[in-house]
Design a protein around this ligand. Structure first.
Ligand SMILES: Cc1cc2nc3c(=O)[nH]c(=O)nc-3n(C[C@H](O)[C@H](O)[C@H](O)COP(=O)(O)OP(=O)(O)OC[C@H]3O[C@@H](n4cnc5c(N)ncnc54)[C@H](O)[C@@H]3O)c2cc1C
Length: 665
């Protein structure tokens, strides 16, 4: 072989080696499966609350100590080979540095259990190697097999034949990798809506229905499979506060329509929360008037390139399929409870407890702090006729006779996260509440001196996501204070009235002394003495042009929030915002303009209330006369004869029916 040829071959080999070594492994084409998109979730549940923090919805084996049914799906293996199977997971109980991993699971592919026990990889979300296995080209089945029933969790699975490749975990790189591997693109909804609403709690539903009833084209985007927020069967909080109160006794029509029939406080079985009633209330209106999008989270608000203080679209991400959709609108509402949209837009927000000097509120402490009212994982148990076991929980808090709570349910007082960030730390906050339930219950069932009394008791329900009380609050043109409420300060733009007392939650001192971090609360109540109308100026951010805010994150101080926060009140505020949106549409105006220029019109609308179509009541006690042929519709004979009656064929048909009308007489 000539020297030149040999040189060329050497150069080519070196080039190929360099090419392979310099390959960007984040480009690796493997098999990507999102856990939440499995065909069957079995007993696993979707959690979307921490998408912004850990990068995705994930699924959780919520079995309250009993291993749940497998989640299963099928996938395509593009070629035969030796595949490394990676699983993004975490050991959620590792945070407390005690005992074994609480929530563990295994992967099974086509009947073969993979080696590694998953959910044992430390406290943070990261990739854990499940195994390296040979797989043949073609279709295969994969299952997530829960081992404990204690909330093991899985974000995604990635398989690769590149043995050296580790999928990225750093947030930006992971987001890019996820997008590429899952091949998700953003598609445009073709409609331009009058009003796009993020968040389908009571505030969001009432805003939507009010706007639809006033003729607006509305999209409501809710990140759970059900509507209702804290009043859904997933969280189980009853509606509080009054409707139909002064000064606008017709506010409350929508709240009344969507409210569960039985709403007494206390935790009840799921059907009492009537999730479907809230959805069916939309059916009063023609389907072309609105779009109700469930299981989709608004992950971005797009800004107007000419005016960054204006929103042009919401980007929704489906929490099951991962598909992204752009919803364009002229007006937007943030009903997320967490001020998610206001935060995306850089609006000014408040968090925690203001100091006394900030607003001169007598109930405010001397010093400001990040203290908020906490998050509650509501739970209850039942009694069986036979003895029921519960696993010995070796992780999390350690209980003893001094610390244990001899209780059979936890309600509002099972409260965590009072000194934490309700958005950034929600996974921890919920987990802490849940861990405390399991650890206390395990002590009662397995170790307590009174364990015989608990022998037949079993956990019946533990909310998988829990409910938030307080989070960010958005600064509007007016910040409502406790003094406004107490002194009954009249404002021209007063709307729906507060009727709940000032109800402030604190960590229960006894619990806080026993544990490093409290998981139970105590409340202080002070009656306000009168209904108090919330000013319209609390319902939009002072610094974003086309955004309304409705819900627990409106413009109020922490102390005023204590009585604003109940759902009937927030629902009525939604009704008001639906009316304001109608004015904005008619006048090509923005939320602030309604206060500045169109307040009288808003007042007129509030006086009337939201017109809710009556249920179908056919016929009445009139003296009308009609014939009804299905394909021709109703043909009036009297009082005004239908033009169709000039048709001899029709008259013959009527004649043959043998039912003579009055004109015939
Ligand atoms: C344990 C507990 C007990 C309480 N007791 C009472 C009581 O007895 N009576 C009473 O009236 N009130 C009570 N409250 C207060 C009340 O429940 C809340 O203030 C109320 O639920 C707030 O309503 P909302 O619609 O603003 O928010 P939420 O009910 O929190 O609803 C907001 C919805 O928006 C969704 N969402 C959030 N972000 C996004 C996004 N980016 N995209 C799409 N959707 C999103 C959420 O999943 C949620 O479903 C209690 C609260 C708790 C936690």
């Amino acid at each position: 072989m000539k020297a030149v040829t040999i040189s060329i071959i050497i150069v080519l080999v070196i080039f190929t080696v360099i090419l392979v070594l310099s390959r960007d492994f984040s480009e690796s084409k493997g098999i990507w499966i999102e856990a939440e998109s499995f065909n069957t979730l079995g007993g696993w549940v979707i959690d979307q609350q921490s998408m912004g923090q850990m990068g995705s919805p994930y699924i959780m084996a919520h079995g309250m100590g009993v291993p749940v049914k497998d989640a299963t799906t099928r996938f395509e293996i593009p070629y035969s080979g030796k595949w490394t199977v990676w699983v993004r997971t975490r050991d959620w109980t590792a945070v407390w540095g005690r005992g074994d991993s609480g929530g563990t699971f295994k992967i099974n592919i086509d009947g073969k259990d993979l080696d590694e026990t998953l959910g044992t990889n430390g406290a943070s979300w990261d990739w854990q190697k499940a195994d390296v296995i040979r797989m043949k080209k073609g279709d295969a089945a994969i299952s997530l097999c829960d081992l404990t029933g204690f909330n093991g969790r899985c974000d995604a699975i990635f398989m690769t034949t590149d043995q050296d490749f580790i999928p990225p975990n750093q947030p930006d790189k992971l987001a890019g990798f996820r997008k590429k591997e899952s091949g998700v693109e953003c598609i445009d909804d073709t409609v331009v809506y009058d009003l796009a609403i993020a968040g389908g709690g009571i505030a969001g539903i009432c805003t939507a229905i009010s706007a639809i009833a006033h003729g607006l084209k509305v999209v409501l985007i809710q990140d759970r499979s059900v509507l209702g927020g804290a009043n859904s069967s997933e969280i189980r909080v009853s509606l509080g506060g009054n409707i139909h109160t002064d000064p606008y006794p017709n506010l409350g029509n929508v709240v009344e329509k969507i409210a569960p029939v039985y709403g007494y406080t206390g935790t009840l079985p799921s059907e009492y929360y009537e999730d479907k009633r809230k959805e069916l209330a939309f059916r009063y209106f023609h389907k072309d008037c609105y779009k109700l999008v469930l299981n989709e989270r608004v992950i971005e608000a797009e800004k107007d390139s000419n005016d960054p203080k204006k929103i042009t679209a919401y980007i929704g991400k489906n929490v099951i399929t991962g598909k992204e959709t752009r919803y364009k609108a002229r007006l937007f509402a943030d009903c997320t409870g967490d001020a998610v949209i206001a935060l995306y837009m850089g609006a000014e927000v408040m968090y925690g407890t203001e100091s006394r000097s900030d607003f001169n509120e007598v109930l405010a402490p001397e010093k400001a702090s990040n203290q908020v009212m906490g998050h509650s994982v509501i739970w209850y148990s039942g009694k069986d006729t036979i003895k029921r076991e519960f696993p010995e929980v070796t992780w999390g808090l350690e209980f003893d006779e001094d610390k244990v709570y001899y209780i059979r349910k936890g309600d509002w007082e099972w409260e965590t996260g009072q000194f934490r960030n309700m958005v950034e730390e929600i996974e921890y906050i919920r987990d802490y509440g849940m861990m405390a339930i399991y650890a206390n219950w395990s002590y009662l069932k397995n170790y307590s001196t009174r364990k015989d009394e608990w022998a037949n008791d079993t956990l019946s329900w533990v909310s998988p996501i829990g409910g938030k009380r307080e989070s960010y609050r958005v600064v509007g043109d007016h910040i409502l204070t406790y003094n406004d409420i107490m002194d009954n300060v009249p404002y021209p733009d007063g709307t729906a009235s507060i009727t709940w007392d000032t109800d402030i939650h604190y960590p229960d001192p006894e619990n806080a002394n026993k544990f490093k971090e409290a998981f139970r609360s105590a409340a202080y109540h002070r009656g306000n003495g009168h209904p108090y109308p919330i000013p319209y100026r609390c319902l939009y951010p002072k610094d974003i042009k086309n955004l309304f805010v409705v819900g627990r994150h409106i413009s109020v101080t922490h102390t005023a929030f204590a009585s604003v926060r109940v759902m009937r009140t927030l629902g009525m505020l939604g009704e008001v915002v639906g009316m304001a949106a109608k004015i904005c549409k008619d006048e090509s105006a923005y939320p602030r303009d309604v206060y500045v220029h169109y307040l009288d019109r808003l007042k007129e609308m509030m006086k009337k209330g939201v017109p809710i179509p009556e249920s179908y009541h056919a016929y009445g006690t009139d003296t009308f006369e009609t014939y009804h042929f299905k394909e021709l519709g109703l043909i009036k004979v009297s009082p005004t004869p239908d033009k169709k009656l000039t048709d001899p064929e029709l008259n013959k048909r009527i004649e043959e029916m043998g039912a003579p009308h009055k004109m015939k007489k």
